[in-house]
Design a protein around this ligand. Structure first.
Ligand SMILES: NC(=O)C1=CN([C@@H]2O[C@H](COP(=O)(O)OP(=O)(O)OC[C@H]3O[C@@H](n4cnc5c(N)ncnc54)[C@H](O)[C@@H]3O)[C@@H](O)[C@H]2O)[C@@H](O)CC1
Ligand SMILES: Nc1ncnc2c1ncn2[C@@H]1O[C@H](COP(=O)(O)OP(=O)(O)O)[C@@H](O)[C@H]1O
Ligand SMILES: [K+]
Length: 518
């Protein structure tokens, strides 16, 4: 599945037109495709199309004409008094068919009794803040009980970023022309888009451009996860060091270690606060647990660095942070790890918080991944969680640039950025909004790093499998999403990985006796 920004869609559109496929043809195909979906999904008897002054409105006029042709009672609200070009031609056709067209002042009246609202007010030509006239129309659409089908992008959502400043339509279904618009998958735009579908509008392959943001679907991850190859031993399968837990916080370490084990690590070491070590050793049957010096609060500080570095020498990746505790000692520990450890390091949770105001990540030359939620990212960006949440893609990119690392920004849309590359993960589910799921995720990505997967790919594959595990659990149990607990993911990660590994070659090795393979 392709994601396009407004600019990328514009380029593809221009290239198609140069090849003789006119804007009028594209608009016709978009409108016809969207009307077909509207009929299939909503079977409305009465519909209202709310159309703006640009090509998005033009698409809306075509949808209205097609719904009328299918016998739907349609009324159209045209936001502008005068139209030009393709939208004007399509508006004229509506009038010739006797379809009632009113101005914005008529919107409230036509909305009553509508069984579908087609939102064609603003599309990819919109950015910034919605002007008051359009904002008032958006509020009226949102106040209507009828389901809303948004044309290309919900009006008020920035199609390139998912940012919303002021009013934006809340759609039940957004039908994108040719490619999913980035704004429909990045929060908060994602929450405005509802379900997302794509209609083919006839853009030829030769007109495609390289997308700047990739949808993190299974196809984009094909072949990235290695199988353990013979001859294998536990170290060649991936040795991960987890630095996590404190005297009062042990569960986070358990979940990170277990996530790593289910994601295929050959061996997991845990270095934890001395006071937590006996309990964690008893709970983690397969892991090698070592207690390190702790401070009065029961947190590991700089004094724990020797123990960490001792184990790091045997590890092919390190995860630091879950349940670590926040403080000056913790900051020095994390800075020491970033300075001394050559293997890829993943920082999560308190390890990120500990780096507020520190330049240690930017100074590091070896690979690093950070997996913050909006609050944690805010702390290392000198911003609030609200500010991060309002511009997730921009902030993730800025963080990756400033801290010179791979950034996985958690949330309903999980964004992964490294350098110029960006991906948005589609497998997440609201069921994951429960304590501890982030700890499992850091273990999963740590395991992939330890198995030699590049940071950007490890973060993407980890996010995919993590979300997929939640969905598999929901499918299998039929239980409500609210009932998922983080450790439920552990039993479903293997099936999620099996789906990704379906695209990887099997490990080379002798066939089992009697297997008949060959
Ligand atoms: N690019 C393509 O290949 C195709 C584009 N199509 C449609 O065309 C749309 C893009 O069309 P346009 O570029 O004409 O742009 P839009 O129709 O998205 O937006 C332009 C209109 O929005 C108004 N507007 C812009 N900023 C505003 C603000 N801050 N507050 C209030 N109003 C504002 C403008 O005055 C203008 O009337 C797409 O979303 C899609 O629906 C389709 O027709 C198919 C082909
Ligand atoms: N509404 C949601 N939809 C999809 N995924 C979500 C949602 N809310 C949270 N998540 C995911 O759940 C995980 C929560 O991690 P985090 O906030 O670190 O929690 P914790 O520290 O308790 O483990 C992240 O992977 C995040 O992307
Ligand atoms: K729209």
């Amino acid at each position: 599945m392709r994601l396009y920004t407004a600019e990328e869609m514009g380029s593809a559109d221009r290239a198609a037109q140069e090849m003789g496929i006119t804007g009028r043809i594209l608009m016709e195909r978009a409108g016809v495709g969207m009307a077909t979906l509207a009929l299939e999904r909503f079977s409305p008897r009465r519909a209202v199309a709310v159309c703006g002054g640009g090509n998005n409105g033009g698409d809306g006029f075509v949808v209205a004409r097609e719904l009328h042709r299918a016998g739907v009672e349609v009324e159209v609200v045209a936001s502008k008094e005068t139209y030009r070009g393709d939208p004007e031609a399509n508006l004229r056709a509506l009038r010739a068919l006797g379809i009632r067209v009113v101005g914005p002042e008529g919107l409230e009246g036509v909305l009553s009794g509508a069984e579908l609202v087609v939102d064609a007010l603003l599309g990819t030509g919109f950015s910034g803040e919605v002007r008051e006239r359009e904002a008032a129309m958006i509020r009226q659409i949102n106040a209507s009980p009828a389901p809303v089908l948004a044309v290309d992008v919900p009006s008020g959502v920035d199609g390139s970023t998912g940012e919303v400043r002021g009013a934006a339509v809340r759609a039940d279904l957004t039908v994108c022309a040719h490619a999913i618009k980035v704004g429909c998958v990045v929060s908060p735009g994602r929450e405005h888009a509802g379900r997302v579908a794509v209609v083919d509008i006839g853009i030829p392959p030769g007109a495609e451009v390289e997308p700047s943001v990739v949808l993190n679907d299974a196809a984009s991850l094909a072949g990235l996860i290695p199988r353990t190859a013979e001859p294998a031993h536990k170290y060649s399968a991936g040795a991960l060091l987890v630095v996590a837990g404190s005297r009062a916080m042990t569960g986070a370490a358990v979940m990170t270690v277990a996530g790593a084990q289910r994601a295929g690590c050959g061996i997991v070491f845990l270095v934890t606060a001395a006071g937590a070590a006996p309990l964690l050793d008893a709970r983690l049957t397969e892991a090698i647990v070592e207690g390190a010096p702790e401070d009065a609060a029961g947190h590991m500080g700089e004094e724990a660095l020797d123990a960490v570095l001792g184990r790091a020498g045997r590890a092919s990746a390190v995860v630091v942070g879950p349940g670590l505790g926040v403080g000056e000692g913790g900051r020095r520990l994390v800075e020491g790890i970033l300075r001394e450890v050559e293997a890829p390091v993943l920082l999560d949770a308190d390890a990120i918080t500990n780096l507020a105001g520190s330049g240690a990540l930017a100074r590091r030359e070896a690979p690093a991944v950070i997996t913050p939620h909006a609050g944690e990212l805010g702390r290392i960006m000198g911003a609030g969680a609200r500010e991060i949440s309002a511009s997730r893609l921009r902030c993730a990119r800025e963080a990756a640039r400033r801290h010179r690392c791979c950034v996985l920004l958690k949330g309903s849309d999980t964004i992964v950025v490294e350098g110029d590359r960006a991906a948005v993960n589609p497998t997440g589910h609201v069921a994951l909004a429960t304590a501890g799921t982030g700890d499992v995720l850091s273990g999963v990505i740590g395991a992939l790093l330890s198995r030699g997967v590049e940071p950007y790919d490890a973060a993407r594959a980890g996010a995919w499998a993590h979300g997929r595990a939640a969905r598999l659990w929901l499918e299998e149990t039929g239980w409500p999403a609210e009932s998922l607990i983080a450790t439920d993911l552990l039993s479903h990660l293997p099936r999620a990985f099996a789906e990704l590994l379906g695209n990887s070659p099997e490990a080379e090795g002798p066939a089992a006796p009697g297997s008949g393979a060959g």
